[in-house]
Design a protein around this ligand. Structure first.
Ligand code: FE2
Length: 256
């Protein structure tokens, strides 16, 4: 997840500096049981409330296999398909590192999972959020291209001291976007797809705003990273979200 504040003065280190071994062997039986519990609960909760490529990705990547996924196994399917691959990181990475990873079709995965006592609350995204929420859509060719493009836009925006523009674009599409599919409102973003509380809230609450998605609106709409969103941007389709984002160049984004 991206914080709202992005500084431009930090030197851009290599994203490789943030990669750690997944150490899959060190996940305990309890860790795997927590994954299974979260997975079963979230699949049932989502039902048909998420765009259909999401569950296509779950199936394709065999994420329903019991236990915390092993990244090497996952990459063996994902990378030949869309060129994306996952790497393990110990926690949140700085925004410029995150965008640098995206720009090279690399997605960082927290190398830890929440405890049974924290099923619904997380201070930092864990591997359930990262893997269940994000990775299925990265098996979708158009979404995969969009996510890489956001990475490149993010690097340009940070270099120009305007990182918040790309952060907002990312937030209102990849993390908390909604999209229509077959006339119905569906979840698109990973932050919603992986959230027990906010998935239904985003679709059904009457206490939030839902506004039409556009790249311009996304870039100019602030967000919350510490609470449910007060507003969601709804695109007419997944394809519209992708087209809007891919239509941006760094120069266009800075002027929106
Ligand atoms: Fe995320």
């Amino acid at each position: 997840m991206l914080q709202e504040t992005i500084t431009k003065d930090q030197p851009l280190e290599s994203w490789n500096d943030y990669v750690v071994p997944q150490c899959w062997e060190s996940f305990t039986e309890e860790d795997h049981a927590v994954w299974d519990l979260l997975f079963a609960r979230q699949v049932e909760l989502l039902g048909t409330r998420v765009v259909s490529p999401f569950f296509d990705g779950i199936d394709l990547l065999r994420l329903s296999h019991p236990g915390v996924p092993e990244l090497a196994e996952l990459n063996a399917i994902l990378e030949p398909r869309t060129g994306w691959r996952t790497v393990a990181v110990p926690g949140l990475v700085p925004d410029e590192i995150f965008f640098a990873m995206l720009s090279e079709r690399v997605f960082p995965i927290g190398n830890f999972i929440r405890t049974r006592e924290q099923l619904d609350y997380l201070e930092a995204p864990d591997c359930f959020h990262d893997l269940f929420g994000h990775i299925p859509m990265l098996a979708h060719h158009d979404f995969a291209e969009m996510a890489e493009h956001i990475g490149r836009l993010g690097l340009s925006a940070i270099a120009a001291g305007e990182g918040h523009r790309a952060a907002r674009l990312y937030w209102h599409s990849v993390e908390f976007g909604l999209a229509r599919e077959g006339g119905e409102l569906k979840i698109l973003g990973a932050g919603l797809a992986s959230s027990f509380g906010e998935s239904h809230f985003s679709l059904e609450s009457e206490a939030v705003e839902r506004m039409p998605f556009s790249a311009e609106r996304a870039v100019n709409t602030p967000y919350r990273h510490d609470a449910f969103q007060p507003r969601y941007l709804v695109s007419r389709s997944l394809d519209e979200t992708v087209a809007e984002v891919l239509g941006l160049t760094p120069e266009i984004m800075m002027e929106l």
